[in-house]
Design a protein around this ligand. Structure first.
Ligand SMILES: *Cc1c(COP(=O)(O)O)cnc(C)c1O
Length: 406
């Protein structure tokens, strides 16, 4: 943190107040963000930052995207809440759009409010449809922290204190088709994976793995579930991450940026899967509320009509090239660069917290993903110019760090 920011009493006061009220559940950084525009945000002192956190990918379309703010205002002027026991034209339009864009066969949708909820629904749908108990997830997986989603989240430090969780979960190494083949049997309800793992350090599925997983599931009658909560919706330079491998799942979990920053989760599935559920077996009071659906329509329109997926691929390339260049310039600092589109991990040879703080002092907000890995997850509207500034900033910060360590 810079001295100038530290000396600002209003932001310091709000930091103290939030910590008092919220407790210490979050790993936090001392920046008090007040407003945003596109890929930029400003703190309460008026300092500008390029936002490569984007709320963990939620600000997919950038901040204050006109399509989203207009849609929210218009919908709020009509009605905000209509429970799914009644019908609503905004919800209908959103459902039509999302199923029209979804991977092949995913023609039904359960709407909810978060990533964890989208995963909870997937677990229930798959168990009910198959009548089976076993759940196979990947080592390094992250599917959320509610108790069901937590059961298939790998990190032992997240799970251990809350065991017993849902029984029947097993983890196989991400990318190991042989191990998966051994684990899946005729009591396996589903195999769930992120095509690109987000929280555990941006790990991209190796060639052939998704295809193998698809055929293993088909052979054994298990469902294949993709969690694209972080990687979906254009983030990786294609609308769906699974398109990089040409494989469609039976169930797809979405959330994060799906409604331009308004809370929404969605569990898409083949109709016979949701069709196996009885009335009332699953529901969500907020799920499918017209305000989120209006923002969701605006989001899908922006993705398909404003060139954002293409921009994700193009600026992703600028980042990838620039980072490989930085890796050559800083071989003692950078171990690896991974990712697709605007979902990028930079593995360093040491803990990244101080690097993140130094980047913040230079007006760049970035995420970590595990202790040693920087995660770059900007809004898809980020420009090549802004990407160049981020790369320059990182170059400078790595040089500073090098000097301090020498
Ligand atoms: C963020 C995330 C979740 C959980 O979403 P919440 O909205 O925080 O519950 C699940 N899976 C993946 C891949 C995520 O990135």
């Amino acid at each position: 943190m810079t001295d100038s920011s530290n000396s600002n009493s209003s932001s310091n006061a709000s930091i103290r107040a939030e910590d008092t009220y919220m407790g210490g559940l979050y790993q936090r950084f001392p920046v008090t963000v007040e407003r945003g525009q596109g890929a930029d945000v400003w703190d309460t002192d008026g300092r500008q930052y390029i936002d490569c956190m984007a709320g963990y990918g939620v600000a997919l379309l950038g901040h204050r995207n006109r399509r989203v703010t207009d849609a929210i205002a218009e919908q709020a002027g009509k009605i905000i809440t209509v429970h799914s026991s009644l019908y609503n034209p905004t919800r209908e339009k959103f459902l039509e759009k999302i199923t029209g864009l979804a991977p092949e066969g995913l023609k039904q949708v359960h709407l909810n409010n978060s990533g964890a909820e989208a995963v909870e629904a997937a677990i229930k749908f798959a168990k009910k449809y198959t009548g089976r108990k076993k759940m196979i997830a990947m080592k390094g997986s992250y599917h959320g922290k509610s108790l069901g989603a937590l059961s298939i989240t790998f990190g032992p430090k997240y799970r251990r204190p809350f065991e017993p969780l849902i029984e029947g979960a097993e983890f196989t190494p991400f990318g190991d088709a042989d191990a998966l083949r051994q684990a899946v049997d005729d009591d396996t309800a589903f195999v769930i994976m992120e095509p690109i793992q987000g929280e555990s350090g941006i790990h991209v599925a190796p060639p052939g793995f998704l295809q193998e997983a698809r055929s293993i599931c088909d052979e054994r009658g298990a469902l294949l579930v993709f969690d694209e909560i972080q990687a979906g919706l254009g983030r990786t330079g294609k609308l769906w991450a699974c398109q990089h491998w040409g494989v469609a799942p039976d169930i797809l979990c979405l959330a994060k940026g799906i409604a331009g920053g308004v809370p929404m989760g969605a569990t898409l599935a083949r109709p016979e899967i949701i069709g196996a559920m009885s009335k009332g077996e699953h529901s969500s009071t907020f799920g499918g509320n017209p305000l989120s659906c209006a923002a969701g329509i605006a989001t899908l329109d922006a993705l398909t009509q404003d060139g954002l997926v293409e921009n994700s691929a193009a600026v992703g390339k600028v980042f990838a090239d620039g980072l490989l260049n930085l890796k050559e310039r800083h071989p003692r600092m950078i171990r690896d660069v991974r990712g697709r589109g605007l979902m990028i991990g930079v593995e360093l040879k040491f803990e990244v917290r101080r690097i993140l703080e130094r980047l913040m002092n230079r007006g760049i907000l970035m995420l970590y993903s595990g202790r040693n890995i920087l995660r770059i997850l900007p809004p898809l509207v980020i420009s090549e110019d802004q990407a160049a500034k981020v790369l320059d900033g990182l170059d400078a910060v790595l040089a500073e760090e090098q000097r301090d360590r020498a």
